[in-house]
Design a protein around this ligand. Structure first.
Ligand code: BEZ
Length: 387
């Protein structure tokens, strides 16, 4: 009896000590470095919304710490990225940086985070290098690696019997790595990528490239575009009449968060991604309802990635009792966790990238309907990561 009382007192003491410890910590300063303008503006805003939604569900605090935000519009501009993140770290003294969408900007951010040891959670940009040579114990990704959805789509296209493909994308890391992923999956299945076309980011002058496709007549076209560029590309492809004879496929970014603008032009398109609009799980339905209620918008993959970035931050901070400087403990907790995402549960690899299912989706009306699994539990290669 006495022992039980002693134990109860001891637990109560430890818990109140923890609460006092958490309460004595200052607010956690979160630096949101995202595109709030330009072709990726909608993606940046959705990530920010998703992050805020999870924090709201926690009552506004993570591991007992109030959250304050400092926001920077990175404009998807790699040349400004180093200055922008340095300002957040050195001038604004943020505890953690959440960002960004564009792979070129994210690579510059990862270099600074690695050098300064600042905690960085990347809620979209899929650059291979981030979970490859740039990997670090303080850098995490809640999204994907660029080659993953492309690889999954390449496998599907080959299984469907298509023999030749052309690719069209922006010539920066995300586009290049996405089409390489597609090529790998497609050629492994017996197909052949006959030509890879590209244009500078964020250009939308697609006409000359579409004329080349019309002349070459491949069986299929695979494209990486996202945000405003994806809306224009899918519409131009249909206006050129190409969608009638040469199916256009892509990673899900081509049709996620864009269907309102693409309308009829996107109908029937197949894409692969780690999220879809009709998962119809309790977890996703609750998320979608809460998101729509708060922001008067339907969520998309970017909103989910922002939400899960906040979940990953919470898992790490709870394990360290709110102390973000304990990087080893933080990382250990995140890698050991099963993240309860609206996309479906996923885990984080040793290189800090999600290991997750990629769905095959088809556009029906205003939805990217999940029609199957394109690739199960896909992990990235983490080539060059030494941690
Ligand atoms: C990227 O730059 O990594 C990216 C941008 C938009 C959608 C997906 C990936």
């Amino acid at each position: 009896m006495k022992l039980i009382k002693f134990c109860t007192m001891a637990v109560a003491f430890t818990m109140s000590a923890q609460v006092i410890h958490a309460q004595s910590l200052p607010p956690l300063k979160v630096g949101m470095m995202l595109p709030y303008s330009g072709t990726y503006a909608a993606l940046g805003n959705a990530i920010d919304n998703g992050f805020q939604l999870y924090v709201k569900e926690l009552g506004g605090k993570i591991a007992g710490r109030e959250i304050t935000y400092v926001r920077v519009d990175d404009e998807s501009e790699p040349s400004k990225a180093t200055d922008n993140i340095n300002k957040l770290i050195k001038r604004d003294n943020v505890d953690v940086v959440i960002g960004t969408v564009h792979s070129g900007v994210a690579m510059a951010m990862a270099k600074v985070a690695k050098d300064t040891g600042t905690m960085l959670i990347i809620p979209n940009a899929g650059a291979n290098a981030i979970t490859g040579p740039l990997c670090a114990k303080n850098i995490f990704r809640s999204s994907f690696t660029n080659g993953q959805p492309g690889y999954a789509m390449g496998e599907v296209a080959a299984k469907k019997g298509y023999k030749t493909a052309m690719t069209i994308t922006w010539n920066y890391a995300a586009g290049e790595e996405s089409v390489k992923g597609f090529q790998e999956g497609f050629e492994k299945g017996g197909g052949k990528v006959t030509k890879m076309l590209n244009l500078p980011f964020p250009g939308v002058e697609f006409q000359a490239l579409l004329t080349e496709v019309a002349a070459a007549k491949p069986d299929i076209v695979y494209s990486f575009f996202a945000g405003g560029g994806a809306v224009k590309f899918v519409k131009d492809y249909a206006s050129a009449g190409l969608n009638k004879s040469i199916p256009l496929v892509g990673p899900g970014f081509l049709t996620d968060g864009t269907l309102e603008g693409q309308g009829e032009a996107a109908q029937g398109m197949l894409t692969s991604l780690h999220y879809g609009d009709n998962l119809n799980t309790k977890r996703d339905n609750e998320f979608r309802l809460a998101y729509a209620k708060q922001f008067k918008l339907q969520p998309d993959v970017y909103a989910v990635q922002g939400y899960d970035a906040a979940q990953m931050l919470t898992i790490g901070l709870v394990a360290t009792k709110g102390d973000i400087s304990k990087k080893d403990e933080f990382a250990k907790a995140v890698v050991a966790a099963k993240i309860d995402s609206p996309r479906g549960p996923f885990t984080i690899s040793k290189a800090h990238n999600p290991i997750q299912d990629f769905y095959l989706r088809q556009v029906v009306g205003k939805e990217n309907k999940v029609i199957g699994i394109a690739s199960k539990s896909l992990a990235d290669s983490a080539r060059g990561c030494n941690m």
